[in-house]
Design a binder for this molecule. Structure first.
Ligand SMILES: [Zn+2]
Length: 221
C-alpha cells in the first residue's frame, strides 16, 4: 500500500449535479473511479489528461445518476471490475430500482463483477479501502473508507452531505436508518475525516457533527 497521500479529482455530471471521483496516487498509473455518472466523456477526458487507467469502478449505490457511466467505462475497459454493495447490486439492471424508469430513461448498467458488504477490505490501485453498510438513502448503500490516508477519507455517496443528508423518500429509504448510519458508522470515523459526497462539496465529520441541521448536535429530528 502507498504511504503518500492520494489525489482525488471530482467531476460533476449534469443534470443531477452528481460527483464522480477519480482517486489515485501520483506515482502510479492506475486509479479508482467512484460513481461514474451521466457524462462519461468528462471522466474519460480527466483520465486521459492524467494518463490513468481505472483498476476498479466503485458504486456507492445503485441509483441512476451514480451508475449511468458504468456502461461506457466497461466498454472502454472491459476487464475493469465493477463493484457495488450486495444489497444494491440488483438495481444495476433494474430501471425501476435504479429510478431511471421514473425519468423515462430505462437505464441499465452492466452487472456487478463483485459485491461487497460491511467490514470487507479491498486493496486496489494502492488504496486500502474498508466497506461499511450505510442504509437509509437506499437499502443497499455502502461507503468506501480510505484507510491509508491521513486524515481518513470517505467516498460517501448520498448519505451525508455538507449541511444536508441524502433523500429518504424512495421506496427503500428510511430517515431513521440514515440517521443511524451517520451516527453509528460515519461520526465514529473522527472529526478530521474528509467526506466526498455524491452531491455538493466535500466536508468533514467534525463540521457536520457541529452544524448539520438534520443529524448534527443541534438536530431536533
Ligand atoms: Zn441516490
Amino acid at each position: 500500500m502507498e504511504n503518500s497521500q492520494p489525489t482525488i479529482l471530482s467531476i460533476l455530471s449534469l443534470p443531477f449535479e452528481e460527483n464522480t471521483y477519480i482517486a489515485y496516487f501520483e506515482q502510479r498509473t492506475d486509479c479508482l473511479v467512484i460513481d461514474p455518472g451521466l457524462e462519461p466523456d468528462k471522466i474519460f477526458a480527466a483520465l486521459d489528461a492524467k494518463n490513468l487507467t481505472p483498476a476498479a469502478i466503485l458504486n456507492t449505490h445503485g441509483h441512476a445518476d451514480h451508475i449511468a457511466g458504468n456502461g461506457a467505462m466497461k466498454q472502454r475497459w472491459p476487464d475493469c471490475p465493477l463493484i457495488i454493495g450486495t444489497g444494491d447490486a440488483s438495481k444495476l439492471t433494474d430501471p425501476t430500482g435504479n429510478l431511471s424508469g421514473g425519468f423515462g430513461m430505462n437505464l441499465i448498467s452492466p452487472a456487478a463483477d463483485q459485491t461487497v458488504a460491511e467490514g470487507e477490505e479491498l486493496e486496489i490501485a494502492g488504496f486500502r479501502l474498508e466497506v461499511l453498510d450505510t442504509p437509509g438513502h437506499c437499502s443497499g448503500h455502502v461507503v468506501f473508507i480510505v484507510r491509508n490516508s491521513n486524515p481518513v477519507q470517505v467516498f460517501g455517496g448520498d448519505v451525508l452531505f455538507a449541511g444536508s443528508v441524502g433523500r429518504t423518500d424512495f421506496p427503500d429509504g428510511s430517515f431513521a436508518e440514515l440517521k443511524q448510519s451517520i451516527h453509528e458508522k460515519l461520526f465514529p470515523l473522527g472529526d478530521e475525516t474528509i467526506v466526498h459526497p455524491g452531491h455538493g462539496p466535500a466536508t468533514t465529520i467534525g463540521q457536520e457533527k457541529a452544524t448539520n441541521p438534520f443529524v448534527g448536535v443541534g438536530a431536533q429530528l
